[in-house]
Design a protein around this ligand. Structure first.
Ligand code: GLS
Length: 832
């Protein structure tokens, strides 16, 4: 039973040195007061949700004053700021992070304890803010954390989706999608700002007006106008006093516009408009790395770009009036992938049609204000929009894009006179039966910098994706390797390891991650190894409970925890892992006394709802798991667990408990990866290909502290060039043949032979586009090395510690400093 009367205060753990001066007693007072005044309940009858809400309100009391102080300071100093435009911000939960940043986590936990509650239990009341699909959206969340922590003036702009990424349940092994309602019962972290509402025009036609002086003027008569209402989420910098905002736009019907149709008796049209307006921010598109190509998605993109640019303009004009000569000096707009590209023609439109600038001046400002980050080379992710869609939705922007293209193709002609093939390739318009606008090309032309997200990826952007652009403007192309915030991804999610680190080397590391290297000398000290492995074991024990609660499967903490968590995609090769599990299963059945340390294979993955093969892979994992987990002959040497509804808060439980981190993409396909960094930081050893940031992780941690396998980027290219034939591997390796054939039987789906054959078909008839079979043997060998090494707990501990110690590079603080040096040129702005 929960006690609500305060027990005699236990001595509070020391709050952090930088903490706000809020004692446990004060925190208690604030929580109880907010229970009354904000939640309208009291300590006697409050639910857990209410206690959580009151704690959030207590945190906000501390955050809001810093927020206004930050805004005042930025306004007075008129600082240059970065505006991070992203269709996704995968924030997760905010309570723990906000408390950590204020240095008040311990005091808050103690206050709640004395009020009869465990902070970790209440934390479960907070729904994840899942406004993103995967790595790209989570990166944006880490970046705004780092920007605030480093005291840079910055604002994140995105969409206030009513429904974030779908909630996944598993029924009979299959993924079922359910709507996510993260703010069904309100959300304490967001503040509505109706005074900053914007109007966004759409559809309609463009009129050319001939002025008396002979000049032309373009007038866009929109067919519809919708309203954008901003919601601000305060982003609390670590230790700092800076509280920036994430501003998310919600679409609403605009009052005045519907009246025309309504008065004319077209009730249905008016209703349709209302529907459209409210649909725009209704739901996040659940596709990761594939473009949607739907009108609504284009409207979403335009909607949030138009609102954000108006917001930026309003702030700029407050300081500079109509003098735009300082615009590019004050403002940098970072395009997170091609999703916000339409901001480029929109800013041109605003400058020319609304502010009266000529083309040359407007274009000069645009080209100095935008920068673009490329996050993937996958062709299916490169956005192309049918010209007819643009014509219908954004007719004025289409004209502007044509003019950008006309002038750009003149530059191409100057560089490569008479070379029409170059023009066809580089044009912003792809000709064909269906004419398309190439958003990637528009980004490169309209931005002053283009960056990839890991060293190898940035090289491939130059060499394979945009080689001609690179030839035209070599200085435009730079690399910024991704990073993750160590506040969330070590300090908050792994308190055991965090305390051990702080006790050993001091507590500066969350703000200066390279300080972790001071752990290196401890890597072969037996006493430290013991404590380090003890922390891992306790994290594993906690996960054992979570696994039982979520799936009913019982696993042993003595087994190796092998973790593969990320979106489901063929190039990420969850099916390579699955085939290897089948091989192990088979080996254990044939040779029960095989020398093998027990393993638990953990999966977490959502598949895009329309991605059939990805969903078949989830089904296969679940069916194989059922069979293996219930096979008494295996004697618990092998367990396979698919954890449903993988999301940020689940990652926070899995990562601290991982022994092996599976990063097994086909080389050249994973732009960077960021889960790889999180797991290595928490002491998991990487089982990985030389792809994306794995390469840089190997440089830092040392290949001897990882299990590297598979074809390299160049070897993948060569293999494909030579004409890869997966059948060679099928007939050449009896184990591969056996496990693939096994999937065709009804062994895993009794009475339903062939229910799992989609994987085999894609690998053989489908040509195995991601070289799963080519890498199988090398993967299997790497696993043998890992299994062998785990038996030597000292050797394993040493490698794990060396991983943690050498991940300093992968803090998102370093990424942000690289952006500042190479792209943004911002100055820090201290807030008092
Ligand atoms: C992604 C890449 O696939 C990841 O490798 C990368 O780490 C991430 C952030 O840069 O971006 N691109 C994408 O479209 N989704 C991603 O997660």
């Amino acid at each position: 039973k929960k006690t609500t009367t305060a027990k005699k205060a236990a001595p509070a753990p020391a709050a952090e040195g930088f903490a706000l001066d809020v004692s446990v007693e004060q925190f208690k007072e604030s929580i109880v007061r907010n229970l009354n005044t904000t939640l309208g309940t009291d300590a006697e009858k409050a639910s857990d949700k209410a206690w959580w809400g009151a704690t959030a309100a207590a945190v906000n009391e501390l955050v809001f004053s810093r927020l206004s102080q930050t805004q005042k300071t930025h306004l007075n100093k008129d600082t240059r700021a970065v505006h991070y435009l992203s269709l996704e911000f995968l924030m997760g939960r905010l309570m723990g992070n906000n408390l950590q940043s204020l240095g008040l986590f311990e005091n808050a936990a103690q206050a709640l304890k004395e009020l009869g509650h465990e902070i970790t239990d209440l934390a479960e009341e907070e729904p994840d803010m899942a406004l993103g699909n995967g790595g790209l959206g989570r990166l944006a969340a880490c970046f705004i954390d780092s920007l605030a922590s480093l005291n840079y003036p910055a604002i994140g702009y995105g969409i206030h989706y009513e429904h974030g990424l779908f909630r996944q349940t598993i029924q009979q092994g299959r993924q079922i999608e359910r709507p996510d309602s993260w703010r069904e019962y309100g959300n304490p972290w967001e503040i509505c700002r109706p005074e900053s509402t914007q109007e966004v025009p759409l559809f309609g036609y463009v009129e050319t007006v001939f002025e008396n002086d002979g000049s032309l003027r373009k007038v866009w008569h929109p067919g519809s106008v919708i309203k954008g209402v901003p919601w601000d989420i305060p982003i609390v910098g670590y230790k700092g006093t800076t509280v920036n905002i994430l501003r998310l736009w919600e679409s609403r019907a605009s009052e005045f516009f519907d009246w025309d149709a309504f008065n004319a008796g077209a009730y249905k049209d008016a209703q349709g408009e209302q529907n459209l307006a409210e649909t725009v921010s209704k739901v996040l598109y659940p596709n990761d790395e594939t473009e949607a190509g739907k009108q609504l998605r284009l409207v979403q993109q335009y909607f949030f770009c138009a609102c954000s640019l108006k917001d930026i303009m309003r702030r700029y004009k407050r300081a500079h009036g109509d003098d735009f000569s300082k615009y590019a000096e004050q403002i940098v707009i970072q395009l997170n992938d091609t999703h916000p590209t339409v901001a480029i023609p929109e800013l041109m439109r605003v400058f020319m049609d609304e502010e009266g600038l000529n083309w040359e001046d407007a274009w000069a400002i645009c080209q100095q204000s935008f920068a673009y980050t490329n996050h993937t080379l996958l062709p299916e992710a490169l956005e192309k929009w049918p010209v007819y869609l643009f014509e219908r939705v954004l007719p004025r922007h289409l004209e502007i894009i044509y003019e950008i293209n006309r002038r750009f193709l003149d530059e191409v002609e100057a560089q490569w006179p008479g070379d029409d093939a170059k023009k066809i390739k580089l044009s912003l318009i792809e000709e064909g039966a269906q004419r398309m606008i190439r958003m990637g090309n528009l980004c490169v032309v309209g931005s002053y910098k283009v960056n990839g997200v890991a060293a190898v990826h940035s090289e491939l952007v130059k060499a394979d994706l945009f080689p001609e652009f690179y030839e035209m403007w070599p200085e435009k192309f730079v690399n910024v390797t991704n990073g993750v915030t160590p506040r969330r991804w070590l300090k908050a999610c792994n308190p055991r390891l965090s305390s051990l680190i702080s006790d050993t080397i001091g507590s500066d590391w969350p703000g200066q991650l390279d300080k972790l290297v001071a752990l290196k000398p401890y890597a072969d000290k037996a006493a430290f190894q013991k404590k380090y492995m003890q922390a891992k074991r306790e994290n594993k024990l906690e996960l054992v409970n979570t696994i039982r609660e979520l799936t009913g499967v019982e696993v042993s903490p003595d087994a190796i925890f092998d973790v593969l968590i990320k979106r489901l995609h063929e190039y990420k090769r969850q099916h390579l892992n699955l085939l290897h599990i089948l091989a192990l299963y088979r080996r254990l059945l044939e040779n029960p006394n095989m020398d093998f340390h027990p393993m638990v294979f953990l999966f977490g993955a959502k598949a895009a709802p329309g991605y059939k093969l990805a969903k078949e892979i989830i089904f296969a994992i679940n069916k194989v798991a059922d069979r293996i987990n219930n096979d008494p002959r295996i004697k618990d040497k092998l367990k396979v667990v698919f954890l449903p509804n993988y999301r940020v808060s689940l990652a926070e439980k899995l990562i601290p408990a991982a022994d092996l981190s599976e990063q097994i993409s086909t080389a050249g396909y994973e732009a960077s990866g960021t889960g790889n960094m999180k797991m290595a930081l928490n002491g998991a050893l990487t089982m990985g290909t030389m792809d994306g940031a794995n390469i840089e992780i190997a440089e830092e941690a040392g290949e001897e502290n990882m299990f590297i396998f598979g074809l390299s980027v160049d070897e993948v290219k060569e293999t494909k060039a030579k004409g890869y034939n997966p059948w060679d591997y099928y007939y050449g390796n009896p184990e591969i043949k056996a496990v693939l054939d096994w999937l065709d039987t009804d062994y895993f789906t009794p009475g339903e032979p062939g229910a799992l054959s989609a994987i085999k078909r894609s690998l053989l008839d489908g040509g195995d586009p991601y070289l799963v079979l080519a890498d199988f043997e090398s993967y299997s060998e790497a696993h043998k090395r890992a299994n062998e090494m785990y038996k030597d707990q000292k050797a394993w501990a040493k490698s794990a510690i060396l991983n943690t110690a050498q991940m300093g590079k992968f803090t998102s603080d370093r990424s942000i400093e690289d952006y500042v040096d190479r792209i943004w040129s911002l100055k820090k702005c201290d807030v008092k």
